[in-house]
Design a protein around this ligand. Structure first.
Ligand SMILES: *Cc1c(COP(=O)(O)O)cnc(C)c1O
Length: 336
């Protein structure tokens, strides 16, 4: 059976590094959306609680209910409850029209579009929306924004931040500064020198797969996930014998090969057999990836597919987030 191993030690290490930037573990809001970036929602919520994390961020109400007991607040990024979900849960308002659908009594956090132009209320409409909350029976508990280029060199982070600060200053003059204000994801936090916001919304750094240009001086973080697969079958091949669909795999000198129980059905990338994937130990996947199997030279009982999703991502021309979240929730996850 393929297995995802979760390193408790690496997660705790990453949280300690992040807490040095936020100045307190209590200011880390752990982003647990999309099955905790593939690590397993229940597992990571439990580890987060053990690490002293009090705040969580998820995508859906279903995720929020699943981890409800473990946190003081849960911010739901993109969903609408059917009735007031109570004091712990806050709903991010991504669009003005969303307000009509949120039940009376619900706590909301307004998202301001400071330049990413994805979700959020425009700064020109922000104060109107703010005023309308009371009439709609909604309770303001936070204001947030999201940066479009926090992980790249350039000034964009800074002008977006300026816009957000301007809104915050105006809001404070109107006496609504009391709620929590937050703008940082992982990359933005590590580019912030004097962090002074209510929380930082941390995903990829906690999972140890943050990638930023070296010049940003991010402390080394440790990948939390490694992926393994177990041997299904072994055979010895002659030099001319071809392996798998399309016969694309071949060992020039022949040799022993085994199949391992992971494939694109588990969310492992199918890739391109003419550019074979290299395992951390240097061996390659031979031939095409099947739905439920890959072939590797040798006969070990298990193989490690990756111990750092960033290196796997490079081989598939994508980002670590993409590798992590694609892994099927059905794969067994064990904490070590
Ligand atoms: C996913 C997400 C985050 C976390 O981003 P990382 O780069 O993984 O730290 C933060 N804020 C919002 C709004 C998000 O959607």
């Amino acid at each position: 059976m393929s297995t995802i191993k979760i390193s408790r030690e690496n997660f705790f290490y990453n949280i300690s590094q992040i807490a040095r930037k936020t100045q307190s573990v209590e200011k880390i809001a752990l982003v647990l959306k999309d099955n905790a970036y593939g690590h397993g929602l229940g597992i990571m919520a439990k580890l987060a609680q053990e690490a002293g994390i009090r705040h969580a961020v998820v995508r859906t109400m279903a995720e929020a209910w699943e981890i409800h007991e473990r946190f003081e607040t849960i911010l739901v990024l993109s969903d609408t409850p059917v009735s007031d979900p109570g004091a712990k849960i806050r709903i991010a308002v991504n669009d003005r029209s969303h307000l009509e659908k949120i039940p009376t009594g619900t706590r909301v956090e307004l998202k301001v579009d400071t330049g990413m132009h994805r979700n959020g209320i425009s700064p020109t409409e922000f104060f109107q929306v703010l005023e309308s909350l009371g009439a709609k029976g909604l309770k303001l508990s936070g204001v947030m924004t999201h940066y479009r280029s926090a992980d790249e060199m350039g000034s964009e982070l800074f002008w977006q931040r300026k816009r957000f600060e301007r809104i915050r200053n105006e809001a404070e003059k109107l006496g609504i500064g009391e709620v929590r204000w937050h703008s940082c994801n992982s990359a933005a936090l590590f580019r912030t020198t004097n962090f002074d916001e209510g929380i930082a919304r941390i995903g990829i750094a906690a999972y140890g797969c943050l990638e930023m240009p070296n010049s940003f001086n991010v402390p080394p973080l440790k990948p939390v996930m490694s992926l393994w697969a177990d041997r299904i079958a072994t055979r010895e091949l002659a030099p001319s014998e071809r392996i798998g669909y399309g016969g694309e795999g071949v060992l020039s000198k022949g040799g022993i090969v085994s199949t391992y129980d992971i494939g694109y059905g588990d969310g492992w990338f199918r890739g391109d057999a003419s550019r074979p994937y290299t395992l951390p130990d240097g061996r390659k996947i031979v031939g095409r990836v099947s739905m439920d199997a890959v072939t590797v030279e040798g006969k070990d009982e298990s193989v490690q597919l990756f111990d750092d999703a960033r290196r796997a991502a490079k081989q598939f021309d994508t980002i670590a987030y993409d590798i992590l979240v694609k892994l099927s929730p059905a794969i067994v996850r064990v904490v070590e």
